[in-house]
Structures are given as C-alpha cells and as structure tokens.
Ligand binder design. Structure first.
Ligand code: S3P
Length: 437
C-alpha cells in the first residue's frame, strides 16, 4: 500500500491481540538458531524486520521452517555458524544489524550486513567501539560511521564497558559478543533499558549477574555450544498495543482491551504517562509466562487528557512510544513536554523532526527542541497530506492523530508499516470501523 487516507473516528470499542514483540522476536530468532536442538517460536513477529533476522540465521546454518499452526520451528546449530556466502540484508532493522554484528564478532566467519537507506544512515560506531575494544574486526563500509558492516570474526577478550548512551541495542550487542568470550563481560548502563536479552539468556540457564544497571555475563565458548533449545511464546508487542491504548485514551466513550501483551516493566512507562495524563487504565497480569516475560491484559477507557512532562530515566522505557506521547499531547489540556530524548534523532527517521513537522501540518501547536518537543493541546485541523519519512512508527502515530482530525488525512509511503506491524490497517478497521478511504 503506497498511501492511505484516514478519517475521523467517533469512538473505539473492542478487543484484540497485537502481533508478537519485535525486540523479543529478533533475540529468540538468534539464540534458538544457536541452540542445540529444536525450538518452537509461537507468536513470533512475521514482519519484514524479524524475518530478515531469521533468514540471516538460516544463511549461517540454522534450519528454519513454518509449522501448520503458524509457529516457527528452528533447528539450532549447536553453537557453530558458517560464513553466509552472501550479503545479509537486515532491511530496516537497527536491532537486527546491531545485535547480529555483536553476535557474529566472536565466530570465525566472514559476514557483511546491509540494509535499506534508513538503516544505512544510522550510527554504527556505537557498536563498533566496544566490539573493537573486545578485539573484534568490524569495518563500517558506509560514510560517517554507518553500514554496511563487514565482520571478520575471531577471538574476543573480556571487557568492562560503560555505555555512552542508554541503548539496549548497544548493551545487547556487547552481551551477545560476550557469549564467545572466555571470561567476564561487564556492561554498565547509564539508565535502565529494555532487558529482553538478559531475560532470554537467564531463561536458557545462562549465568548472568544483574545488579541494577550493571550486568556481568560469564562468557564461556563451551556453554555457547550447549545452549538448550526450548519453546518460546512471544508476548504481544507493547509498542504495537500502544497505538490503540493512546487512540482509545484520547477518545471519550471508547473502551479497548488488548490481551496477552508484554508487560515488561522496562517497556511500559507509557502506562504511567497515560495515567498521569488522566487516562482510565486497568491492567491484569497473566499467570503464564511470568518466569520469563510477564504478559497481561490492558483495558483503557477514553476521556479527556491533561498535559505532562516526560524526561530523564523514563525516556529509554518508552523511547518508541514518544511519537504517541506527542499525539496524546496534541489533544490534551495544557502543555506536554518531552525532554532528554535526543536519541529520537537517530531512529528510523529523525523522530523529533518528523513528529514536529507532521503535527505542525495537522494544525497543532508544537515547538521542536534539540532533545524533544513541546505540544500544546487544541483542535486538530487535518485535511492535509503527511510524509511518512519512511518510518513505520511515524505512519502509525499519525494515523492515530488523524482519527481526531476535523478533516481526513492522507499519509504517503506507508508500506514501511510492514517492518513492525503487518496487520496494523486491519486492526485499525476492527477497532474504529470504516475510517480508511
Ligand atoms: C530496541 C532498542 C531501542 C528501540 C528499538 C528496539 C531493541 O533502541 O528504540 O526499537 O530491540 O533493543 P536503542 O537501544 O538503540 O535505543
């Protein structure tokens, strides 16, 4: 689909399950491919991004197939990988490219990773630096410290590394490289970031010491050859559920329930932000999955919202939801401020610029700042054509705002939504009726 026209919605009612968590899907694809034995991945996100990671692992020796029920079956390699013999295309995915670079750096193989225009403009020195300190050979083939990336894998050393920015991708790249190390790999993060890598490794019985923002992995090449296979039930992606939680919270008379969604405490700060804004939320934890990644049901009832400030250590916990905070702020009473979020400038697009330009076009009162933005709530005029900036989360966030606009809104180049949420438009129709023209 190249462009879409979204009209306004009266109110939203209903329930759904969102597709599987993107961050978790990448990680279980990588680790079950290395395991000894056969893993089954149910709820795996079959979006372009995560499928690219699976294809990459298959090119290096894993056997991947799809079962009748839609689950993915992965026969692991027992901790060995072969050179892929072709360039691995990671598409749009920073997670795929950064985590895989870390993982491959310690294997005796040659690999080259590439991606689309957006991915090849994203900073990769942030992973090259710690990996070089570990003794890896990682070359950045693009200009200005960007990919493609060429990895000539080899022996890596232990490291203690303090992350310069709060980034789960950098943390995970170092931890995954640590699997090939004989010795301790210690990562210290400036703020807590999503901890899916740590949880998955712990669920596999891999020894990790976690003390607040310090993580120590006890690397051991023999252990890497004996990672157990297992069945993974991937939770629904909280970042995908977030579109409906915000859309319903903004619309008086709405009530939306999302089931089996991931409720990892390092991912769900948006719930606290929505509560501060006055949203009526009900959260129920599921009994299953709690040993690994908590899931649950979230119900939100719509009402009027008030502005809030989001900054400091809350930022990494809702980094992918910040475009939606701007959208909620656009209809909330008073000012909504996002600060300390300069990392948004190096996402799939410069999300501070793309959010502010689109809100401005929609007739909202928005001020761009170096590390965030300020939005003053008011009427949303709409009746315009918006750019996607080839960024899936910008398209979906702007579609939520369009539900509130006085006049229908056209969004161009929306195919990028398939990188993280292939059924987004169907789910929009399910919850809002005929709003897509
Ligand atoms: C991710 C971490 C975050 C997030 C991205 C997924 C991950 O990026 O924005 O969508 O899976 O580890 P950073 O770690 O670069 O902030």
């Amino acid at each position: 689909m190249q462009k879409v026209r979204v009209g306004s919605a009266e109110r939203m009612r209903g329930g759904l399950r969102v597709p599987g968590d993107k961050s978790i899907s990448h990680r279980v694809a990588m680790l079950s491919s290395l395991a000894t034995g056969t893993s089954t991945l149910s709820g795996f996100l079959k979006s372009e991004d995560c499928l690219n990671t699976l294809y990459a692992m298959a090119a290096m020796g894993a056997h991947v197939s799809e079962l009748k029920g839609g689950e993915i079956r992965v026969e692991g390699t027992g901790g060995v990988l072969r050179s892929p013999g072709k360039v691995l295309d990671m598409g749009n995915s920073g997670t795929g490219m950064r985590l895989l670079t870390g993982l491959l750096a310690g294997f005796p193989i040659e690999a080259e990773l590439t991606g689309d225009r957006s991915l090849l403009s994203r900073p990769m020195k942030r992973i090259q630096h710690p990996l070089h300190e570990m003794g890896a050979s990682v070359a950045l083939l693009g200009a200005n410290g960007c990919g493609p990336i060429r990895i000539s894998g080899g022996r890596l050393h232990p490291i203690t590394y303090t992350l310069p920015v709060a980034s789960a991708q950098i943390k995970s790249a170092v931890l995954l490289a640590g699997l090939s190390v004989d010795g301790e790999v210690c990562v210290i993060e400036p703020e807590e970031t999503r901890d899916h890598t740590e949880r998955i490794l712990t669920a596999l019985g891999y020894p990790l010491e976690i003390n607040g923002r310090t993580i120590i992995l006890h690397g051991n090449p023999d252990r890497l050859k004996n990672l157990p296979a297992r069945d993974w039930k991937v939770p629904g992606d909280f970042s995908s559920a977030a579109f409906w939680l915000v859309a319903a919270a903004m619309t008086p008379g709405s009530e939306v329930t999302i089931e089996r969604v991931g409720l990892n405490p390092r991912r769900t700060a948006l719930l606290r932000v929505l509560e501060r804004m006055g949203a009526d939320l009900q959260i129920r934890a599921d009994a299953e999955n709690a040993d690994w990644e908590q899931t649950g049901t979230v119900t939100v009832k719509g009402g009027s919202l008030r502005g809030t400030t989001v900054c400091g250590k809350e930022i990494p916990n809702l980094i992918d939801e910040l475009p939606l905070v701007a959208v909620a702020g656009a209809v909330a009473e008073g000012e909504t401020i996002v600060a300390d979020a300069a990392e948004l400038r190096v996402k799939e697009s410069d999300r501070i610029a793309s959010v502010c330009r689109n809100l401005d076009l929609m007739g909202c009162n928005v001020e761009e700042r170096q590390d965030g933005f300020m939005v003053r709530g008011g009427p949303v005029a709409g009746g315009v054509t918006l750019q996607s900036y080839m960024d899936h989360r910008i398209v979906m966030a702007m579609s939520v705002l369009a539900l509130h606009a006085a006049k229908p809104v056209v969004i161009e180049d929306v195919a990028c939504v398939a990188t993280s949420y292939p059924t987004f438009w169907q789910d929009l129709e399910t919850l809002c009726g005929n709003v897509i023209g």
